[in-house]
Design a protein around this ligand. Sequence first.
Ligand code: ADP
Ligand code: ADP
Ligand code: ZN
Length: 213
Amino acid sequence: MKIIMLGAPGAGKGTQAKMIADKYSVPHISTGDIFRANIKNGTELGKEAKTYMDKGLLVPDELTVKILLDRVAQEDCKNGYVLDGFPRTIPQAEVLDKALTELGDKIDFAIDVDVPDANIIKRMSGRRACLACGATYHIEHVPPKAEGICDRCGEALVLRDDDKEETVKNRLNVYHEQTQPLIEYYTAKNILKTVDGTVDMQVVFDSIVAILG
Ligand code: ADP
Ligand code: ADP
Ligand code: ZN
């Protein structure tokens, strides 16, 4: 099963992608997590990606596509995966489709987690991230057991540099301009499914499971 998560920054793509990955035993692939891991480790890729991420801009397609195609070519992706944060532009979607078509393969579902902009700004200021293992928390909705510490790996949680309010506004503009057109793209391919992302995360997940079966 190959799934794409669509939605604005902070819509809950990562939260749902992790739940899908657990239930259906497929890897969760987040391009944002891959970039943040590279930044943390001080790689060249990380340095380049950070200049865009800190401004709320997208990392160029060329760089992003290469990373994603390398990742999905790995052995653990043979039976499927859930992509979180990729594709984010029409050209990215086209490259992915072309690569899959060459393998006689395709994406099964593109799930749009729908949350209005007004809810997003509030959600992001409460998000806390673990840069070591990719876990995500929310100070009100999903608090860690011990304040500021990751339940899964014990590392300190952070407010991401790009989750500050001004940057979130830029990211929302970038989303509407560059990523939202993907909703039409996957509608035309008859694989788009929309779920209401404003409700409790377990209820969001139930509606996704109803789609995936
Ligand atoms: P969120 O989950 O809040 O939407 P992500 O972790 O997916 O954020 O992405 C954080 C940042 O990483 C993006 O704002 C962008 O700069 C970069 N990024 C992640 N995925 C992509 C992608 N597919 N194309 C271009 N840039 C990306
Ligand atoms: P995305 O990957 O789309 O950027 P996340 O999954 O990181 O979004 O969620 C953004 C923030 O909102 C996180 O702090 C997360 O814990 C919280 N969150 C996710 N889903 C919900 C929900 N249904 N209701 C309330 N808060 C949520
Ligand atoms: Zn962690």
